[in-house]
Design a protein around this ligand. Sequence first.
Ligand code: ARG
Length: 298
Amino acid sequence: MADIITSKETLVQTLKQAGTMPAPREVLMATPKHFSVDYVINPHMEGNIGTVDKSKARWQWEVIRDKFRNLGFRVHEMEGESGFPDMVFTANQSLPYIDPKGHKHAVMSIMHADQRKEEVPYFEQWYRRHGYEVHYLDSEKIPDFEGMGDAIWHFKKKILWGGYGYRSSRRAYEIISDTFQVPVVLLELIHPAFYHLDTCFCTLNEESVLIYPPAFTRDGLELIHSAFSTVIEAPEMEALELFACNACCPDGKNVIIQKGCNEVNKALKQHGFAFHEVDTGEFLKSGGSVFCMKLMLW
Ligand code: ARG
């Protein structure tokens, strides 16, 4: 039965009983060979059509890839495909999962925008080649679901945080909860510039999270505060212009983040995290930064 959490009391209880999940050790990235801004499907892309500097994008992408490698992660590279300028955002096309027996699974996304729908089969092929069990959502019943753009695992716990409102539907989480037997905490997104959960919610470790509060409802903020004892709040400029909350903390210690997020970095340091600044300037033109340029795997 689907286990959907919308109340603080149930969440606190669920957190206490939740099973553990290993931290991911591998990363999937898609080369930015065909990355560009060709259409507008989020407010950040407005005015940026045709402005991407391809060689700069390649360089920025390689720095991020090497960052993950240097932190000890195995990075899988897939070739970006022509005609899919957003394919480089590999957080979006699927949601991977490892079950208690160590078997690997993935739910394939139903992209919200027509322009991105055909990216998904490339990821499906990748999963099949790598021994994953692939699961599908019924597109007759579920309008959209954009993978780890909106569905984010609690660090090392068998609990999923599910954002909905712009790119993913609530209904998708009922199916996912059922399929994987995992509780899903629902968070409604209410700010159009923060259209994916990963633009305003970055899990750091079991007890800590970085958020942009105006992206959430009062109830959502209450859920977040009842689950995490440390909630770092990004200021507007850093969240909106530098995508501070689209940072990635893959190991509970090191945070890879767009350069210039000074307030957030100060807070990260105070709470014992190390920050690694990278330049994702070309990708910000498309409404994405570190978190959505990779997919964490086991
Ligand atoms: N241009 C892409 C889109 O609008 C950017 C996706 C960024 N991904 C993310 N998870 N925030 O779909």
